[in-house]
Design a protein around this ligand. Structure first.
Ligand code: GDP
Length: 176
């Protein structure tokens, strides 16, 4: 007998990465489809939700934790990624050092987060192509080796943002 029940699932997603790489801008683009050029940094943690339809009978709700101020409150970060089913580790394609910081957070997650957490490495600010310092292939190769999803996006133009969250949602365990 075919089921006509609509599946509704909820997942916790955390954002990690160096300050100013665009974590809250990515969330703002995904949740509100908007962007601020001169936004003030979030202090503390921001919590937002967004719901997407994966297909006609599956709805996914993301509970998004934007862990701002990690530089100062590094020891608190584990509180955010504990119980998270997914993590976006963000770097800025125009800032070489931000990829090193992303690698640090990935190590942390692999040590301390749930074993089956889905981690995506996300290179932001692709609208600044002329200032790029990190080749796509370099980050892609690292992601492949570490078993991560990989995306390049622009919170400013919106390019790649929806696809990124959708791909993560598709990796989530959805019971029949
Ligand atoms: P966070 O500290 O990681 O949350 O970073 P923010 O979201 O606060 O962004 C830091 C700065 O980068 C802000 O001035 C944003 O306007 C800018 N920014 C964020 N995303 C992009 C992007 O995709 N392209 C460009 N050009 N600037 C961005």
């Amino acid at each position: 007998i075919a089921s006509d029940e609509h599946k509704f699932v909820q997942f916790k997603l955390v954002l990690l990465g160096e300050s100013a790489v665009g974590k809250s801008s990515i969330v703002q683009r995904f949740v509100k489809d908007s962007f601020n050029d001169f936004k003030e940094s979030t202090i503390g943690a921001a919590f937002l939700t967004q719901t997407i339809d994966l297909d006609s009978d599956t709805t996914v709700k993301f509970e998004i934790w934007d862990t701002a101020g990690q530089e100062r409150y590094r020891s608190l970060a584990s509180i955010y990624y504990r119980n998270a089913q997914s993590a976006l580790v963000v770097y800025d394609i125009t800032q070489k050092a931000s990829l090193d910081k992303a690698k640090y957070w990935i190590k942390e997650l692999q040590k301390q987060a749930s074993n089956n957490i889905v981690i995506a490495l996300v290179g932001n600010k692709t609208d600044l192509e002329e200032e790029r310092q990190i080749p796509t292939e370099e980050a892609q190769a690292f992601a492949n080796e570490a078993g991560l999803l990989f995306f390049e996006v622009s919170a400013k133009s919106g390019k790649g943002i929806k696809e990124c969250f959708r791909e993560i949602a598709l990796k989530m365990p959805i019971e029949e």
